[in-house]
Design a protein around this ligand. Structure first.
Ligand SMILES: [Zn+2]
Length: 596
């Protein structure tokens, strides 16, 4: 295989020693100091045009500080072995924090503005351009307490909520799990033991599952105490800050309506049958009598074909071009202008990401290309992010990055386009099946598993509010029921699985966040279903969604394209696509069986 490309960062800075980098930071620091001097404590007294000028300067400082930060992170991701790169990240971070600290007052004072005063500011045409950003900033306002109260809550949270979160991190981080197999004992940390769930040998999967259960059970008192305490802490916070239900603060900060989220989740729950169908198929493919919880991640077929880098580039760019020549041209720029680093080498960060910097700069993509079909899809995914960023350059910086729910729109959409292109190739049935099963399991992990986890959180928070401190076994039972509901009769959730809620960090750090994975992914699959139905007519509406960047709430963004996400039918569209993927996997399996 020919070596994949490396990127060229010299348009940002010529190297880690480039004196311009420090000069840029010095200049921005001085600008931030001047800004604070001019406006601190005075935001409420500014006339609309003066406020507009302040806002534009505030944005410009934040935008310009992106380049040094991006450069430091990119060189470090490309080669972390060079100590100069780590040192640069540290230095730039400290400088950025110092600059950010000087600007912090501005957003706080905007939140404090009385409503009628804020309404007058919006009459200024420049200020009006920032309406979405400002309104989102101020959406927390009805839930704010007086300043001394806020200060007490913040200070006490260090020995309250944050302390319990840290206790969780330290407990799970230090935990070791002893796997016993064939008379030998192996001690592993959490990620190592979880990785064994993907082992081809069933005995390893069963032994590692038992070890995970035993290790969690040993610490179950502490995990259930942390969970109970944080659930109660949240109930108290929600009461004091006037949030009506446990999920409300999450949804407010993500700019989504609780009703819409729940419509989407209900649709997912009603399609749990799709999950059961797939795991019945998986049991058959693995040749097992019964599928236990430790068989869920068993690998199916080793992939046979390797896709050379140039071919991957052509597949992805062609898939984007067939969708829209404009989009295809944007994808091509990443290769032509060396905005992408795909080579695998020592010291380089694993995985993949796309870094969108600011509307006046282009994004960069990093990945590790090994020639698997998954890698081709990853290339399409990260380029999708990059295309999204390039299309959103018409937005100003404060509304440039898409909101949480829309952040994966272009990436997952591009992945779907490429997925269909890969499937359309003349592949051996086994490779087609491996492509399908990998994609299906990925979607399940994002859409259905997160839905089940969200329902578990709802149960725990509601039960804690109604029943008081929850016994360990009560939480275990809620978890077991939530996950079993998703699998139906296709997987036996053994007794050991009852405690597996204990290691999930999201429940501790960002309650109810898990819905966002399901929401974001299903939103895009549903958009893709629209495209399949409407064809080219859909393209300009879709491009408008991307061009809007982060300038609208998710519901408004979609409404602009004629889509009502509060309607169940929209989400059903996406779920039908998932269902049809399972059907295609069933068909491919019949073919494989017929050949064998
Ligand atoms: Zn992504």
């Amino acid at each position: 295989m020919t070596t994949p490309v490396t990127w060229d960062l010299s348009d940002l800075y010529v190297g880690v020693e480039d004196p311009k980098l420090i000069a840029d930071l010095d200049r921005l620091d001085a600008r931030a100091a001047r800004f604070a001097e001019a406006y601190r404590g005075k935001v409420g007294q500014l006339s609309p045009p003066d406020f507009a000028a302040a806002l534009v300067e505030y944005e410009a400082i934040q935008r310009d500080v992106q380049n040094p930060g991006a450069f430091a992170q990119l060189v470090f991701a490309a080669d972390s072995l060079d100590p100069a790169h780590g040192a640069l990240v540290q230095l730039v971070q400290e400088r950025e924090v110092a600059i950010g600290r000087q600007l912090l007052f501005f957003s706080l004072e905007i939140v404090e503005l009385p409503d009628d005063h804020f309404a007058r500011l919006l009459e200024d045409p420049t200020v009006a351009e920032y309406r979405h950003y400002l309104e989102h900033l101020r959406s927390e306002r009805p839930h704010r307490l007086t300043e001394p109260e806020e200060r007490i809550l913040l200070e006490k949270s260090i020995t309250g909520r944050s302390a319990f979160q840290r206790l969780f991190d330290e407990t799970i981080g230090a935990a070791t799990f002893k796997m016993e197999l064939h008379g030998a004992t192996q001690e592993m940390n959490l990620s190592e033991i979880l990785d064994k769930q993907h082992d081809a040998d069933r005995a390893v999967r069963a032994a590692s599952a038992a070890a995970l259960t035993a290790g969690l059970e040993e610490r179950s008192r502490i995990f259930s105490y942390i969970t109970n305490t944080l659930a109660h802490d949240k109930a108290v916070d929600d009461r004091l800050t006037r949030f009506s239900h446990p999920e409300a603060s999450r949804h407010l900060s993500d700019e989504v309506d609780t009703d819409t989220v729940h419509t989407m989740l209900d649709a997912c729950v009603d399609h749990f049958g799709t999950v059961a169908r797939y795991y019945h198929l998986k049991r058959e493919m693995l040749g097992l009598d019964r599928l236990y919880h430790y068989d869920r991640y068993a690998p199916l077929f080793p992939e046979e074909s390797v896709t050379p880098w140039e071919e991957a580039r052509d597949i992805v760019v062609d898939a984007y071009t067939r969708f829209s020549p404009t989009v295809g041209d944007l994808a091509r720029r990443f290769f032509d202008q060396r905005w992408i680093d795909a080579e695998v080498r020592a010291g380089k960060r694993g995985g993949a990401f796309c870094m969108g910097i600011a509307p006046d700069w282009h994004p960069y993509v990093l990945m590790n290309y090994l020639g698997k079909q998954r890698d081709v899809l990853t290339l399409a995914h990260e380029l999708g992010h990059g295309i999204h960023d390039l299309l959103a350059t018409g937005q100003h910086f404060l509304e440039y990055h898409p909101s949480l729910a829309a952040a994966e729109t272009a990436s997952v959409f591009g992945e779907m386009l490429t997925f269909d292109a890969l499937l359309a190739r003349d592949l051996p049935a086994r490779d087609r099946l491996s492509l399908l099963t990998e994609q299906i399991e990925g979607i399940f992990a994002t859409v259905f598993r997160q839905t089940a986890m969200y329902r578990f959180e709802q149960c725990v928070h509601t039960a804690r509010r109604e029943e008081g401190e929850l016994p360990i076994d009560r939480i275990n039972a809620l978890w077991q029921e939530s996950i079993q509901a998703m699998f139906g009769d296709s997987v036996v959730m053994g007794e050991g699985h009852r405690v597996w809620w204990m290691y999930v960090p999201h429940f501790i750090h960002t309650p109810f966040y898990v819905y966002a994975y399901a929401f974001g992914q299903l939103l895009v699959i549903a958009l893709y279903a629209r495209y399949q139905r409407e064809g080219q007519e859909f393209v300009p509406r879709y491009l408008d969604i991307l061009r809007a960047g982060g300038s609208k709430r998710p519901a408004d963004l979609m409404a602009g394209a004629g889509i009502d996400i509060s309607q169940r039918a929209f989400w059903e569209d996406g779920l039908r696509v998932v269902d049809s993927m399972v059907t295609r996997a069933e068909e491919a399996w019949r073919e494989v069986e017929a050949i064998a």
